[in-house]
Design a protein around this ligand. Sequence first.
Ligand SMILES: [Zn+2]
Length: 453
Amino acid sequence: MDIKLDPSRDDLPLMANTSHILVKHYVLDLDVDFESQIIDGTLVLFLESGNRSRKKSGSTEEACRSESNEACRFRKLEPCHVPVADTRTSWSQMGYSDFAICGKGERDTSGKDGNHDNQEQTYGISSSKHCCDTGNHGSEDFLLVLDCCDLSVLRVEEVDVAAVPGIEKFTRSPKLTVVSELRNQIVRELVTLPADRWREQLDYYAWCSLAPGCGELLFDTDTWSLQIRKTGAQTATAFPHAIRIRYRTKPQGRSVTWTSDQSGRPCVYTMGSPINNRALFPCQEPPVAMSTWQATVRAAASFVVLMSGENSAKPTQLREGCSSWHYYVTMPMPASTFTIAVGPWTEVKPETCSPSDLAAERSLSPSEADFRCAGVCGHMEYPCRFQDPSATTQEIIPHRVFAPERLAGACQETLLQLLSPCLSAAHAVLGTHPFSRLDVLIVPANFPSLGMA
Ligand SMILES: [Zn+2]
């Protein structure tokens, strides 16, 4: 399973089995530690089973029928699918159909010959009892496969969303007595809330992410994926729809760069390539996987945490010397568009705050306008700015500028004045700004061009 891959030459393997189940929302709760160069915390995934994201049907058979033949074939080959490390095959030519399916015997062999020990050594899996050596190799359990690499996964558990106060109003069938079905029903209702209830949806995602665990899930990792299963859950529909992953990044992980800014102070940023965010959090990479997210990130109070969220987050002081930043997005996007940059930067502000800036700040969030994009946009439902009259006429979106201390003066003198005319010109040429705001960061000189799309 150790696939040697040269990201500069080969396509990345897409391991996530998105034809069975889709991540609809990520809740990240992370701590950034510059001394150890590790980001650690939890990731809560909210999942929707079935191929079509807005499909209400719980029938996996029906979902399967609507899929391509290839996806169906992949489904039928469950539960164990293991990529073959065939170095003779170009990765760019490999798709799902190239996955080899191993039988029970082969899997047992991989367990017995020290597969797990190798992984513990190589990938830092710390908890052997969670891995696939639990003796149920012949089970028909559904396997959730997420794309990731260079992460230390410490624990995976089901989240008891039914324990969240007030959550029961989402369940349309209160007669559900099987609690696991009730939990999945709650998540199903939550992920399909109409776009004009986005704020409520975000809040419930956050509360659910804090709900207690209700059972550890079995997991295993290899070079490019994290595989999760629940004993007895044989279909994507029966698999828990809210799961929490406790993990930490590795200093050598290739999703973030730990470096110094132009003032010589430590900072870290996502570089986007060559492996997207796979070494930052487990995710679904295939293009069909579009999700929203929210993230709470804590760092030393001297640091600024910037993310590709729709809100201009401000720090909340947690305790002496530690601040927390919270960002969110309401537009479903690929997990690879998640960006984060943390550094001891200075916000460069205009000498005087103009009234128009304040007005812009007030209209920052998606308003409660009618977000039904019927016949106009053609995308899945979300609080789309193209449907919001106040957004379509907003020539200049709220923006902030952050720079290393040493360059703050230069930014003040030159860059700041240019931003408003540039944003206005962009609006004149391209129309509505698709995002509600902009953070401009003067990145370190080693930032790779086009690092983040
Ligand atoms: Zn739209």
